[in-house]
Ligand binder design. Structure first.
Ligand code: ADP
Ligand code: ADP
Length: 227
């Protein structure tokens, strides 16, 4: 059974009849613990797709459901990682990743701190837990943002071009670090990128969107031996 199901989904931002569709005709199932990457050129509708899964955007056509329930607003079982990690500059790395737990539940415990340290270690950041964000490189900050999202243990993790601000070497290293994390902590992930190599490195399934707004051109099953 699909975790996320999109049927006949389309969206126009301008509700005027006849205005252009940002995306249209999307039918997509995402299964439990599947890592789906969406690639395609700028403007083809990738972020629109992601916003509809998050519930931040309700499509004008068709239906999005999560766990069999129609999505009709923002959901707190969905975690999102954006291009820029927006860490709080006055908190240490460890406190930054624990911050959403505090915000959501009012507090966090020793088990959360242990989990935070484990995830930071998996992301290669164990030596940086007590540092301030501005002491870290951009790539490290982005990893902190991912650890922060994972610590809330969302049922679905959405990532919108999380590495596009980073150089190629850093992206590759983060990619390998993430593979280690997914292996130990499988997650249902929808990952947007315009890098085919990143998609192929990380995903179980790659969805290619075309420049023509919304038309899903192809679905490539990727079954590569992981490094
Ligand atoms: P991508 O993420 O692939 O770059 P987007 O989903 O951001 O594509 O955009 C798809 C289309 O929808 C584009 O034509 C874009 O201009 C349009 N669009 C995106 N966001 C908005 C918005 N908030 N209001 C109006 N049009 C938008
Ligand atoms: P994790 O991603 O942490 O490994 P799971 O993928 O096993 O966790 O499940 C994520 C959450 O989704 C769990 O809280 C589970 O109860 C919930 N869940 C799974 N399937 C359904 C379903 N069909 N309807 C409602 N909730 C579901």
């Amino acid at each position: 059974r699909a975790f996320v199901r999109m049927t006949g989904v389309g969206h126009r931002y301008d509700p005027t009849p006849g205005s252009p569709m940002a995306v249209q005709g999307i039918d997509l199932d995402i299964h439990r613990h599947e890592f789906v990457a969406v690639v395609g050129p700028s403007g083809c509708g990738k972020s629109t797709l992601l916003r509809m899964v998050s519930g931040l955007l309700i499509p004008s056509d068709g239906e999005v459901s999560v766990f069999g329930k129609q999505v009709n607003g923002p959901r707190d079982d969905v975690g999102i990682v954006f291009q820029k990690p927006t860490l709080l500059p006055w908190l240490t790395v460890r406190k930054n990743v624990l911050f959403p737990l505090k915000h959501k539940f009012g507090r966090y415990g020793a088990a959360d701190e242990k989990r935070a340290d484990e995830l930071l270690a998996m992301a290669g950041l164990e030596a940086f837990a007590e540092k301030m964000p501005d002491e870290l490189s951009g790539g490290m900050q982005q990893r902190v943002g991912i650890v922060r999202a994972l610590l809330l243990n969302p049922d679905i993790l959405l990532m919108d071009e999380p590495f596009s601000a980073l150089d190629a070497m850093t992206r590759e290293q983060i990619g390998f670090d993430l593979l280690k994390i997914w292996d130990e902590n499988p997650k249902t992930v929808l990952f947007i990128t315009h890098s085919i190599s990143e998609a192929v490195l990380l995903a179980d399934r790659v969805l290619v969107m075309s420049k023509r707004p919304g038309s899903v051109l192809d679905l490539i099953e990727v079954d590569l031996p992981r490094p």
